[in-house]
Design a protein around this ligand. Structure first.
Ligand code: PTJ
Length: 248
């Protein structure tokens, strides 16, 4: 579909097209389209731009990823369809592993996602070889199966658009969790160590730019970050925007 550049909602419609095309090429599951719709609604409420609270979370996330011993970027269908280039780029600059890990497990979809990431320059992708499969305890979904070279042994995991059960299980398993989630009230957002309340498509680019600048510095230290406080600021921002709209 041709979306005119002048359309007031062109950016949002283009993101939708990426998801639909990802669905048609076997990366995204039907439920992923619904999850995106939920995200769009929260994006609307934050004004479809990266808030100062998301910027703060991105800075904390960048430092944490750079200081990690064994960081892993966990990739699902939606993330692969929206940010394939950025996933590979971020992994390269922060020296992170890439692991495919799906909620709705499917070998074929994993292969499609791996092909997409390879097309975008990824050399090594974890989560495909059964030989290395390990199980995260206390979790029933397909996402419990992880790669022993990746998420299983990682200290920090970036898990965008994540299911709440796995975030809780990963936390119990001792991992530091960074997520992108437009819904600041979701269980993932509330459980993660650092939640970036932003559209992953905008936020990943900022995380990459910030990490590049960060890596040029001599000393990087952990930033003290209060996730609950940052989330309540994002909720207040939504409230403020709603109030403003209701008075317009
Ligand atoms: O590919 P699979 O099988 O691993 O499945 C992926 C989905 C996304 C379907 C699965 O993980 C799922 O059901 O996720 P949830 O529980 O719906 O959580 C997704 C969260 O991401 C929700 O809180 C959405 O608001 C949020 N979200 C959706 N789109 C975006 C987003 N957050 C940031 N950027 C987005 N573009």
């Amino acid at each position: 579909m041709l979306i005119p550049k002048s359309h007031p909602r062109a950016a949002s419609l283009h993101i939708r097209e990426k998801l639909v095309s990802g669905y048609r090429s076997g990366l995204v599951v039907e439920e992923g389209l619904l999850a995106h719709g939920r995200g769009e609604m929260f994006d609307y409420l934050i004004g479809e731009k990266t808030s100062k609270y998301a910027h703060l979370a991105i800075k904390a996330a960048s430092n944490t990823l750079i200081l990690a011993k064994s960081p892993v970027i966990s990739v699902n269908g939606n993330f692969a369809a929206l940010c394939p280039k950025e996933i590979v780029h971020l992994a390269k600059i922060i020296d992170a592993k890439i692991e495919i890990n799906l909620f709705y497990g499917s070998k074929k979809r994993k292969r499609n996602i791996a092909d997409m990431l390879k097309k975008n320059g990824a050399k090594k992708i974890l989560g495909l070889d059964h030989k290395y499969s390990r199980t995260i305890p206390k979790l029933d979904s397909a996402r419990r199966i992880v790669d022993e070279r990746g998420i299983f042994s990682a200290d920090v995991v970036l898990v965008p658009l994540e299911d709440g059960d796995r975030t809780i299980a990963l936390k119990k398993f001792g991992k530091k969790i960074i997520t992108f989630d437009l819904n600041p009230m979701s269980r993932t957002a509330q459980t993660a160590d650092i939640t970036i309340v932003d559209n992953v498509i905008r936020g990943m680019k900022i995380l990459i730019d910030y990490s590049k600048k960060n890596l040029r510095k001599k000393n990087i230290s952990q930033i003290k970050f209060d996730n609950k406080k940052n989330l309540s600021e994002s909720i207040s921002l939504m409230k403020k925007n709603l109030r403003r709209m209701s008075h317009a």
